[in-house]
Write a protein that binds this ligand. Structure first.
Ligand SMILES: *Cc1c(COP(=O)(O)O)cnc(C)c1O
Length: 395
């Protein structure tokens, strides 16, 4: 059988061999705990600090504004719960969007259960937030706005800098989930006007289980994890030294190849979209055609059920997603696609293809060899494909 074709980079990426090589010595000779005072520990503390400086420089932050965490989910939870706790004298109202990752939405829902109020701003049919909607939602008791940089399902890139201007004028803290853009788009925390920003290493060819939060100096939030006083008492827990080293290395590599990767993956993505339109009828793009991550293609196919598409592609060695990996196994259509105004039955027929560094033209050709016959077979069996009904009008 042909080698597996991995087209699910929004879900996770393979760690770069250079990243692994940089990490390995910190599991063995350099295993010391950075919070100890003898030289083995100090060496580890030193590499943690060097990693912090390198990452800070890449995103236009000060080193002491970078806090290491266990990943995107923890950073999102911390930004939201930590702000809500620290700012409750000011108010108990938060703003987010309807298409956020579950790490944000469920943190918000947790707060609602504890007496906070949350406003979810809508998106247009491409998934874009209107900054004016954020402005209108801000109240005297608003303590946080949390809007993602790019959506993990449809790849829509939000107008973060414009929203940042509004939150700054209003004196409200602004958190951005940049998990999907870190390593893919240039990020500068000052240009974006953000107070907090979440990143996760495994989405940019780094190790799993490590991430960070950028926290602007003037922003006051409470810790989420309490314990040994690491990270200036803001995030307890022994540092994941190899993970931190790997994340810094992965971000350096990503910075060097960002433009090249975006151009190459964007061209392959466009080629795939053209081929799909030429070879399959009733296929539509989900998300914004312009404000979009270069490696993301999300399409819906009339008359098809997403889960069976994924399974049939898997039998041919092709990995793709229907919605977000986090909701796989549930029969609920994706909250993101529903928020774009796509009816439940069409949301079910959606497919997310996300390209990466190892994706080749041959991978795209292989996909196009396998996919149209799968669509044809599923439509033959489909009770909702209009060509099957007596009117035979097609969709
Ligand atoms: C993957 C992802 C997360 C979660 O990050 P983990 O490090 O896997 O916990 C959060 N937000 C977005 C947008 C993501 O794509």
């Amino acid at each position: 059988m042909a080698r597996a074709v991995y087209l699910d980079h929004a879900s996770t990426t393979p760690a770069d061999p250079e990243v692994i090589a940089a990490m390995l010595p910190w599991y063995t000779e350099g295993f010391g705990n950075p919070s100890t005072v003898y030289s083995l520990g100090l060496t580890a503390a030193d590499v943690v600090q060097k990693s912090r400086e390198s990452i800070a420089q890449t995103i236009g932050a000060q080193p002491d504004e970078i806090y290491f965490t266990s990943g995107g989910t923890e950073s999102d939870n911390w930004a939201i719960l930590g702000t809500a706790d620290a700012q409750q004298k000011k108010g108990r109202h938060l703003i987010t969007s309807v298409i956020e990752h579950h790490a944000v939405l469920e943190s918000m829902e947790f707060l609602e259960k504890h007496g906070y109020e949350v406003t979810k701003v809508p998106v247009d049919s491409g998934g874009l937030v209107d900054p004016e909607d954020v402005r209108k939602a801000i109240r005297p008791d608003t303590v946080l706005v949390s809007i993602m940089h790019a959506n993990n399902e449809v790849g829509t890139i939000e107008p973060i800098a414009e929203i940042g201007k509004i939150t700054r004028e209003a004196g409200v803290l602004f958190h951005v989930d940049a998990v999907q853009t870190a390593g893919k788009l240039p990020l500068d925390v000052t240009e974006l006007g953000v107070d907090m920003l979440s990143m996760s290493a495994h989405k940019f060819y780094g190790p799993k289980g490590v991430g960070l939060m950028y926290l602007r100096k003037r922003a006051r939030i409470s810790p989420l994890l309490h314990g040994g006083g690491q990270e200036k008492g803001q995030r307890a827990g022994t540092h994941n030294v190899p993970g931190i080293v790997g994340m810094a290395k992965a971000l350096e590599l990503a910075k060097d190849r960002m433009n090249e990767d975006a151009l190459r993956e964007g061209a392959l993505r466009d080629r795939l979209w053209t081929a799909l339109q030429e070879n399959i009828e009733a296929v539509h793009l989900n998300g914004d055609p312009v404000h979009r991550l270069p490696n993301n293609l999300n399409v819906r196919l009339d008359g098809i059920e997403g889960e069976s598409m994924i399974l049939m592609l898997d039998m041919q060695g092709i990995c793709v997603s229907s919605g977000s990996a986090c909701t796989t196994g549930s029969l609920e259509p994706s909250h993101v696609l529903r928020a774009l105004g796509i009816p439940a039955e069409h949301a079910h027929g959606s497919l997310r293809v996300t390209l990466g560094r190892a994706t080749t033209a041959e991978d795209i050709d292989r996909f196009m060899e396998v996919f149209p016959p799968i669509v044809a077979r599923l439509r033959e069996m489909s009770p909702i494909w209009c060509a099957n009904c007596p009117c035979k009008k097609g969709n």
